[in-house]
Write a protein that binds this ligand. Sequence first.
Ligand code: PLP
Length: 419
Amino acid sequence: MSKANNGGAGSGKKPATVTRKTFDEVLVPTYAPSEVVPVRGSGLDVWDQRGTRYLDFTAGIAVTGLGHAHPELADALCAQARTLWHVSNIYTNEPVLRLGIAMTQATFADRAFFCNSGAEANEAAFKLVRRYASTKFGAKKSRIVSCLNSFHGRTLFTVSVGGQPKYSEGFGPLPEDIIHIPFNDIAAARAAITDDVCGVVVEPVQGEGGVIPATKEYLQALRDICNEKKALLIFDEIQSGMGRTGNLFAYMEYGVVPDILTSAKALGNGYPIGAMLTTNEVASVFTAGVHGTTYGGNPLAATVGLKVMEIINTPEFLSRVRHAGEQLQRMLKGLIAEFPQVFSEVRGKGLLIGLVMAKKYLGKSKDITALAEKEGLMLLIAGMDVVRFVPALIVSDKQIEEAGQMLRRAAAAFVKANP
Ligand SMILES: *Cc1c(COP(=O)(O)O)cnc(C)c1O
């Protein structure tokens, strides 16, 4: 096999020219990325290798909530980079202590555990519910209940708890004693959550599964049943949290409080960090040495997370997100009115919005995002039937209008190609 760059260490060769084709040559093919290779971003604008500008309504999958190259975040990160990068958890550090205060003061939680990704935050949560139950009630109380179509990450435990079998196929034997129930189905929850259940996990708004908000009655029922059966309730707010729905966390709007909450994605605005928040009572079983991570809560990540919290968690910022969400919904409803044969419904909360393909075109959401990209608009799907809109939370009304014009052209091209 030919190699683009044979230079070993110290060969002194210039860095190789890299293109989208390089991906196919040197990266493990777990992804099939777009032909567009972004090189620079600012706010919601992204430029690719050719200098073409795109309007980014993906935010790196609901991650860059404050947009690309946010000056305050860049300054905070650079200042910390010149001060202290990493000390491991043999030592604590000031930024992580400050972030711990900020996140516990802002939420139901008394304590925070920091890690490096959403999957790790959920991994910690799932281990914690098992550990809590085995410590307090004995080894028999080990079952975890999760929802069909849910997504909780890609480690072996988190794909097993996640409700999409395609992600765990071929990786067996899988962790045991995990069951899946239909989302938003109270009767199914009541039947499934028995005395041997240690934890129940749910996304307040299913993200990857199609942008489907839980009903208030459903989350309240889960809370009540968990109390009754002494099971812990986990809210996976990795996608729905950090301002995305117009509240710091979605649970605040629902008025239903979990025992454990997981966060990641927008918490670091693209700098890798995850968090698991919980109460004193539940955290008490995670004693020294029981769980850990080398990088988790390192000074760089914690500095960024703290700055993100400071910027997002103000009434003005969050009310602006709700306003932008209404504008986005209005724009998309206009698009449905114009293309009723293509799109059927808008759903979601705040700036976590799904546009559902009409019956005739189920399975074609990816065609829409591909055509939108040609028009200069970066978009996501949430399954093959739903186009997902998760722009940076700082999106302006004007940018929503501009996205609408690009989408209209993409929809027209779609109709032409799919009469
Ligand atoms: C993205 C996501 C995860 C996984 O986060 P990673 O950082 O990719 O590990 C877990 N749960 C939900 C709801 C997510 O949206």
